[in-house]
Design a protein around this ligand. Structure first.
Ligand SMILES: O=P(O)(O)OC[C@H]1O[C@H](O[C@H]2O[C@H](CO)[C@@H](O)[C@H](O)[C@H]2O)[C@H](O)[C@@H](O)[C@@H]1O
Length: 262
């Protein structure tokens, strides 16, 4: 997968990336969740796992000897709620919390806690801005404005005012209709590299797929490890087209319909 041809595929359309290009027995899949495996929804809780996705992921995990991980900004337990034990590993909170194997412990990076006065102020702020909301995580928090786009700037200014005095210990991450405040130093590229050091991922070629700014670190890490970094919408126009591609990699035996999934 590190051939010249594959490097060109990493930046081009993924339509050509068929089973022939990807040797599943040598690949490890490291997949973003929101906006990649599932469509973006009005709120984090409203996300729907589409019919057939779990079955596709199960077949994929089997085809690559377990080397299937979800790398997400969400906390690990939320991925468990959506996908159960289908991913072999889950990296949550952009890599701050990683569970390397089913039933294993969630290992958390040692990072400074978010100051409690920021949380208090964030609660007051979202209470004063209808349509905005605060999402708490162990390692940080998110200010969502999908239902109140007019509040984008005021939320950004507040977030930047909190982190500025920390001189880089914390940073503000642009997300989809949201600002995320979290400690610096850990990103999805770190998660890709760490997961790839352990079985069943180690020795395989990482295939990372994501849709957001925070996924760029994962894309770069996968390419630097000799694998593929693919993006929505550059390589797949929509999460649905990405899901169809995944299904085409692991067709249901006997099913000849496009994508091969029932
Ligand atoms: O790394 P990801 O798996 O892509 O997660 C990124 C963030 O996703 C969630 O927020 C985003 O998706 C929501 C549901 O579609 C949407 O309503 C929201 O506007 C988006 O920002 C999640 O809430 C965050 O914790 C994740 O960091």
């Amino acid at each position: 997968m590190a051939s010249t041809e594959d490097k060109s595929l990493a930046s081009g359309s993924a339509a050509r990336l068929s089973r022939d290009h990807l040797s599943l027995s040598q690949a490890a899949f490291l997949l973003d969740f929101d906006g990649t495996l599932v469509d973006i929804a009005p709120t984090p809780e409203a996300v729907i796992v589409p019919p057939g996705l779990k079955e596709t992921l199960l077949r994929l995990r089997e085809a690559c000897d377990g080397a299937l991980a979800v790398i997400t900004g969400r906390p690990v337990p939320q991925i468990d709620e959506f996908l159960g034990d289908i991913p072999f590993a889950v990296a949550g909170e952009h890599g701050i919390a990683i569970r390397h194997r089913p039933g294993g412990p969630v290992e958390r990076a040692a990072l400074p806690p978010v100051p409690t006065d920021w949380i208090r102020e964030a609660q007051d702020l979202v209470a004063s801005l209808p349509g905005t909301r605060l999402e708490r995580k162990v390692g940080g928090f998110v200010l969502h404005y999908r239902a109140a786009p007019e509040s984008e700037e005021v939320l950004k200014r507040a977030a930047e005012a909190w982190v500025a005095p920390t001189k880089g210990t914390f940073h503000v991450q642009a997300a989809k209709m949201a600002w995320e405040i979290r400690p610096a130093g850990i990103d999805k590229g770190y998660a890709v590299r760490l997961l790839m050091e352990n079985a069943p991922f180690t020795g395989r070629k990482p295939v990372f797929v994501g849709d957001d700014v925070t996924d760029e670190d994962g894309v770069k890490a996968a390419v630097s490890l000799g694998g593929l970094g693919l993006r929505i919408p550059a390589d797949f126009p929509t999460p649905a087209s990405f899901r169809s591609w995944l299904a085409s990699l692991v067709p249901v035996p006997g099913n000849t319909s496009p994508g091969g999934s029932k």
